[in-house]
Design a binder for this molecule. Structure first.
Ligand code: FRU
Length: 523
């Protein structure tokens, strides 16, 4: 595999791994949620908001609750502005008090969705909330339906937080609908500020003042349950203090109670209906899902409805049971869908892990192939090197052997040469010893050298290129030449002293060998 192909494969692998590592898009939009309170109704709304995010993974929700305090809520909104959230959902504690913070967010370019309770002014992007005026009308409708025969219905009203729009509009809806119905008398209205505990306290005081009350309308279920608790408490006291007449009157009566919200969660209005704590409630939908859907449209620049007013209906005890059943069934379905979702996520995670494992496997296989190729090449290279080394060693050994052979041959030649040299020397010495002996012949020489005449002939011919006769003569003549050069001896004297018997023959031989006559005396 060529290097570029390998690097391309590596790059592809890294890309795949990065692609596999995130299967859900990370949120791009931060949504701030400013809740005025943290009761069961708010928690349901928050749950609905969160659940809807399953379909919108591009959103992240940041919920803060102001514990029914408008100043706290303004501060929380300001911190959302500082954090530059992409959209703000506000459920204002009080319409006037929270207005400045909402306007600041709107002016800062943050889209604002007002949910449930309204805010003063026009600086908001969308509104989604229940029809509080209709809630008030339903209260009046219920009151009119329980007016006793022959006398008016005396009613206590327990209101929510003054300054919050549901408080204002629920009251107005009820009062408007009761116009022209003197048979329903609102004998007293008091503030419970949406709290059960507050409602218990105010109901207790009001019943002491108005013992003949027939019904109580509370602007939410929590305050309706608080009113019920106050009546139960009163009934308990009556048993102990039977003499107190005013208490007696109330305790003996069956005071009807209505609340608002109708949520099916634990401690909510539907449970209170089934427990016979209250007699009627009206639904007040929170629709967190719709709020998120509207937020998505705003963030994506799609058209949306600016004001959505949610309808409301009455729920009596007869409706409460099927409602609870349906709600339980819905909860079961939600639990199933949540389980399915988590299984889906687990499956997805497993699939992702398998994909990564597969990619790694392919990568390692490729790596193995590359390694195998490299190893094969290294193996072939080492084989070649080994072969070359062996060849080299063989040549060196051959040369070594040749060298040794040559050395041995040389030694042998040397030895042979020295034998020949010694032979020549011995031969010359022998001849020189008999130089003045004219009888010294080839026979005498071969005898002294312990060889046959034929052997001697071959040897002198090979080593010196002359026959033994010639050798004896040449040595005699060379000696004669020296004498002629170095002494004053006569030619005759010299001829006899080197073994010649005839001076004329000596002269003839001398000239043959040296090219000049002895008379020249070696010159
Ligand atoms: C919850 C709540 C509800 C009521 C609504 C009015 O905080 O008090 O009980 O219906 O707010 O905004």
């Amino acid at each position: 595999m060529s290097r570029p192909v390998f690097f391309l494969l590596c790059a592809g692998l890294v890309g795949c791994l990065i692609g596999c590592s995130s299967h859900r898009p990370s949120p791009q939009y931060r949504i701030g949620v400013s809740q005025c309170s943290d009761d069961a109704w708010r928690q349901r709304m928050n749950y609905e908001l969160q659940r809807e995010l399953i379909f919108h993974p591009e959103l992240s929700l940041h919920i803060r609750q102001a514990s029914d305090n408008s100043d706290t809520q303004c501060q929380q909104i300001d911190s959302f502005i500082a954090e530059r959230v992409d959209l703000l959902i506000v459920s204002p504690n009080e319409a006037e008090e929270v207005k400045p913070a909402v306007s600041r967010a709107y002016d800062a370019g943050i889209p604002v969705i007002v949910a449930d309770r309204q805010v003063s002014g026009e600086k908001w992007t969308a509104f989604i909330g229940g029809d509080n005026y209709a809630v008030g009308q339903l209260m009046a409708q219920w009151l009119l339906s329980i007016v006793p025969e022959g006398r008016p219905l005396r009613v206590l009203e327990i209101q929510g937080l003054p300054g919050s729009t549901p408080m204002v509009w629920r009251h107005k809806g009820m009062m408007d609908s009761l116009q022209g119905h003197p048979e329903v008398q609102i004998v007293a209205s008091a503030c419970g500020a949406w709290f059960r505990e507050n409602a218990r306290v105010v109901t207790d005081s009001l019943l002491a003042l108005y013992p003949n009350v027939d019904a109580i309308v509370a602007q939410n279920d929590q305050m309706a349950i608080g009113a019920y608790e106050a009546i139960q408490h009163l009934k308990g006291r009556v048993k102990k203090e039977a003499s107190v007449h005013s208490l007696n009157t109330t305790a003996n009566k069956d005071i009807k109670i209505m609340g608002v919200d109708g949520i099916v969660d634990e401690g909510g209005g539907v449970e209170a209906l089934l427990n016979k704590e209250i007699d009627m409630t009206a639904t007040y939908p929170s629709r967190g899902d719709l709020v998120i859907q509207t937020a998505v449209k705003i963030l994506h620049g799609e058209p949306f409805e600016r004001e959505v007013v949610l309808p409301t209906v009455l729920i009596d005890r007869d409706a409460a049971f099927p409602m609870q059943q349906i709600a339980d069934e819905i909860d079961r379905q939600i639990a199933v869908s949540e389980e399915l979702e988590s299984r889906y996520n687990r499956l997805w995670d497993t699939a992702r892990a398998q994909r990564i494992a597969l990619i790694l496997l392919v990568f390692f296989l490729l790596l193995l192939v590359v390694l195998a190729v490299v190893l094969y090449r290294v193996y072939r290279y080492s084989l070649r090197v080994k072969r070359e080394r062996e060849e080299h060693a063989r040549i060196v050994a051959q040369q070594q052997k040749q060298l040794e052979d040559m050395t041995a041959a040389l030694e042998r030649t040397k030895a042979e040469q020295s034998v020949d040299e010694r032979f020549v020397e011995q031969l010359q010495n022998t001849i020189e010893r008999h130089l003045n002996d004219s009888e010294f012949s080839v026979e005498s020489l071969s005898e002294e050298m312990n060889m046959s005449r034929a052997q001697l002939f071959r040897k002198t011919k090979t080593l010196m290129g002359v026959s033994p006769v010639e050798l004896i003569r040449h040595i005699r003549l060379r000696k004669a030449k020296q004498m002629l050069l170095n002494t004053d001896m006569t030619i005759q004297q010299v001829a006899y002293s080197v073994g010649f018997t005839s001076p004329s023959y000596f002269s003839k031989c001398y000239r043959e060998l040296f090219g000049s006559l002895p008379t020249a005396r070696g010159k």
